[in-house]
Ligand binder design. Sequence first.
Ligand SMILES: N[C@@H](CCC(=O)N[C@@H](CS)C(=O)NCC(=O)O)C(=O)O
Length: 210
Amino acid sequence: MSISLYHYWRSSTSIRVRWALAIKGVDYDSEHVNLLTADAKSDEYLKKNPNGYVPTLEIEGNFLGESMAIMEFLEERFPAPSIIPGDVYVKANIRQLAELINSGVQPLHNLSVMKKVSDVKEEQLSWNQHWIRRGFAAYEGLLTNYRQGEPKFSLTDEPTIADICLVASMYSGQRFGVELNEFSLLEQIYNAAMENRAYQVAAPEKFKPK
Ligand SMILES: N[C@@H](CCC(=O)N[C@@H](CS)C(=O)NCC(=O)O)C(=O)O
C-alpha cells in the first residue's frame, strides 16, 4: 500500500499524524513541506490540500487533509491498537479533550494567525500564551472530572487522540514560552509521551531538516 505524509517537522498537527501512524505501525514516505518558504502555497501542494496547511496524507491515490479527519480515518482503516478506545462515554470524553486542543488552542497559535494578529514578536507571544494557557487550564479541569485512578496518559495507559493533540500543542507551547511545569498533570502526560516508543519515532527532532 502506498502512503505518503506531507508534513513539517515541528508543526503540531504534523506531529499528531506522525504519532498516530507510528502507534498503528503504518509505514509511509515522508514528504517534508517547509512552512517557512512558499512550499505549502505552491500550486502543486495546493492541489493536494487547497487550504495550504500541513499535514496531508496520501493513501492509495487519495489526498486527506485535516489531522483530526486523518486520525479518525487511520482508526477506521487500521483499528489496532486503538487511539479512540473505550465505551461510548470514554470515546466522547477523549474526543472532547482532543477537540478542546484542536478547535480551542491550535488554530489560535497557528503561524498564519500569529502573523495576522501582529508583526511584533512580543505581541504574538502574548497572544499565543494566552490561548494556550486558557486551553491547558480547561484540559486539566476536565481531567480532574473524568480521570479514574492514575492512568499514564489523560484517561488511559496508552495514548489516545486526546494525548496526541495535547502533547503536540505542549511542544508548541514551549516554543512560545508556556513551560511544562505550569500544569502539573499535563506535565506528567508529556513525560509519559517522551517515554512512548511511537512518540520517539514521530518526534520533531527526528524530522528536523539537516
Ligand atoms: N485544522 C488543521 C490545521 C492545520 C494547521 O494549522 N497546520 C499548520 C501547522 S501546525 C500550518 O500548516 N500552518 C501554515 C500557515 O499557517 O500558513 C489540521 O488539524 O490539520
